[in-house]
Design a protein around this ligand. Sequence first.
Ligand code: NDP
Ligand code: 2IT
Length: 453
Amino acid sequence: MPSSKKIKDILKHVKECSPGQDEFYQATQEVLYSLKPLLDIDKRYIEYNILERIIVPERTVIFRINWLDDAGKIQTNVGYRVQFNSSIGPYKGGLRFHPTVNLGIMKFLGFEQIFKNALTGLQIGGAKGGSNFDPKGKSDNEIMKFCQAFMSELYKHIGKHKDVPAGDIGVGAREIGYLFGQYKRLTGEFEGVLTGKGLSWGGSNTRKQATGYGSVYFAENFLNRYNMTLKGKRCAISGSGNVAIYTIEKLYDMGAIPISCSDSKGTIYQKDGIDLKALKVIKEIHHQSLEEYATVDCKCQYIPVSKYPEGGHAVWHLECDIAFPSATQNELTLVDAKALHKNGCLLINEGANMPTTEDALAFIKENKILFAPGKAANAGGVATSQLEMSQNASMAQWSFEEVDIKLRTIMQNIFKTAYDTSVEFDCEGDLVTGANIAGFRKVANSMIDQGAV
Ligand code: NDP
Ligand code: 2IT
């Protein structure tokens, strides 16, 4: 059977057996179609039913979480852990706490994580988890109660050689602390079962910075390949969470000008560069909205979300050389991609997971804008998580500089792997194809080696 017919049949089957999981269809469609050149030259993947197998999670745990709010009322949420693929190592991937979380979103994130983790060159399988719990407006006590209730079920399914969760949207150092404390209480084990831990109890230097720094290192490698650098480049960044903040920090180090950040309520545009110190205080210490930033910094322009109709997002309508979408999935639409192109943007570097919609991606490809897919560009976070696991296994703690050097090397290698694979398959610079094929090949070959399990 020709590979294109096979891919079509499988995608049809995915839709039939998992209704309403749009983000999962989007992710599987993008990956499977990009594998066509590989499937055409190596028939083993079809012969061993790798596509049918790789799109089904090895295990999905869905559970109820009951917790007591500050008023003494019982609240209920749903928890998930999708253990997608363990062919090359223990399951690894973040936990997301956000009201939009559902099974389709967990599956898209877990699926992407398989190939991202393979691209790092490290031995980690793919997983994702989380809950539809909304941390916004909750007291510290409520966050702790929720994390404890969440871990009271999750601990049965994870372990340092089995599955090692970490943070994602809505899960940072504070939540990892409460989750770890409860795991330790339930099991009596002090083990590296989570990454993103505090530095005094097993965390790795640079993990907090790693996704943002890694995204910038990736962009620099990409630009260097075309005889350019980040120096002096005007960069539009979306989001104002962990990934966005450390993208902005590293961009300053590289001599670039980060001109924006955003949150779910609005965008900050600051022509001469975002005030990083003010941003950290507002977001990392006080957990406030960017409206607050606009009140402390009068040189910036604040554009509320409601002012941007037609499916566009203000941040992508600013004049910039490079775009760093670093907030959430499908935040960069066709309208946005057209605006970026019109304004001369030369590179879109995905800090978030799948931030670009399908039609925007097609437009970007057609118009030959350089494009760094999230599974390559944002892999620095999970790679540094694996470095945390290594340090935990040997009870060591490496310095900030040591981990940062390793991170730079890993990002350089990921770029080289994705780029060289694009050359191998006659689509030089198409890193979507390069990253997907390189990640898939490693996982699929391991599945073949391990037989029908
Ligand atoms: P944070 O929770 O720290 O920050 C998320 C940011 O995105 C906030 O500014 C938030 O705004 C904004 N945001 C989230 N959801 C929406 C939405 N539906 N609409 C508009 N804005 C939204 O998360 P991270 O920075 O950790 O994660 C950002 C992205 O990076 C995600 O796609 C994540 O999967 C990806 N990623 C994260 C890694 C990590 O190590 N943390 C590693 C690799 C990828 P508000 O506060 O108003 O909600
Ligand atoms: O999407 C991601 O790669 C993450 N949220 C980080 C996962 C991890 O295990 O560090």
